[in-house]
Design a protein around this ligand. Structure first.
Ligand SMILES: [Zn+2]
Length: 248
């Protein structure tokens, strides 16, 4: 449905009059729920390339994909009695963002939950941009929807280098959500290991970088308190599918 379509049943009022024992009773038109859902979808800030992501079209290539999909389905089913968020960890192109987006799409469509998606770098950039003197938006214009959403997806955690300022700001957001029992779903490409136990192959390792280097000890430990960690392994399926589609 697009915003310009006027409902034929109610003329856009959202109410219809129905006969009930000789008198007319106002009832919610069926379009009302659709409009509410559409508004939730519009506010969710989901990038265009992820808009068709659903749990049912998530491709399972190995056991870790199957487990991650099952946990995601359970998350949607259990919400709002779900008590912890999720942290998807794995290399690029294994479907972490697909799952995170699918969860919030389904929460919006099935349960009318207010959700918001942010790429970690975009969020930092938007907050920083409010500090310039000619900024139209204030810091709270950017942060209020992030604080208030019932479920936040923070994609690519650690993708921007931390400075003390970034660390403080992100901790403030995450901690606020934790204290208000709001769930957050994170994705990250950075393995969560200390150097001694890091026996992963070079594809998975990004030099000496791990999650703690990128986001700091305090934030990492808070995220572990508020999330179930889900590791996804595998090759870069997005790249492989793309390459298979190029014909010469
Ligand atoms: Zn209507």
């Amino acid at each position: 449905m697009n915003a310009e379509t006027v409902c034929a049943r109610c003329g856009g009022a959202g109410w219809v009059l129905e006969d009930s024992g000789g008198s007319k009773v106002a009832k919610r038109c069926t379009c009302y729920g659709d409009r509410r859902k559409q508004a939730l979808v519009d506010q969710a800030n989901i990038p265009r390339r992820y808009q068709n992501c659903r749990l049912e079209n998530f491709e399972v290539h190995n056991d870790s994909h199957g487990d991650a999909k099952k946990i995601s389905e359970k998350f949607v089913k259990n919400y709002p009695s779900q008590e912890v968020g999720l942290l998807f960890i794995g290399p690029c192109g294994v479907g972490k963002t697909h799952l995170a987006v699918s969860i919030i799409q389904e929460l919006i469509l099935k349960k009318d939950v207010r959700c918001i998606f942010y790429d970690f770098r975009d969020l930092i950039r938007e907050i920083q941009s409010t500090f310039t003197p000619d900024s139209i938006l204030s810091e709270s214009d950017v942060l209020t929807p992030v604080f208030q959403a019932e479920v936040l997806v923070l994609d690519e955690l650690g993708a921007k280098r931390t400075s003390a300022w970034v660390e403080e700001t992100v901790f403030y957001i995450i901690n606020y959500r934790y204290n208000h029992k709001k769930l957050t779903i994170f994705t990250t490409n950075y393995p969560d290991t200390d150097e001694e136990e890091d026996r992963r192959d070079s594809f998975y390792k990004k030099g000496e970088e791990n999650l703690v280097n990128r986001i700091g000890v305090r934030l990492r430990s808070r995220i572990y308190e508020m999330c179930k960690v889900i590791e996804i392994t595998g090759d870069d399926y997005r790249k492989m599918a793309k390459q298979a589609g190029y014909r010469f």
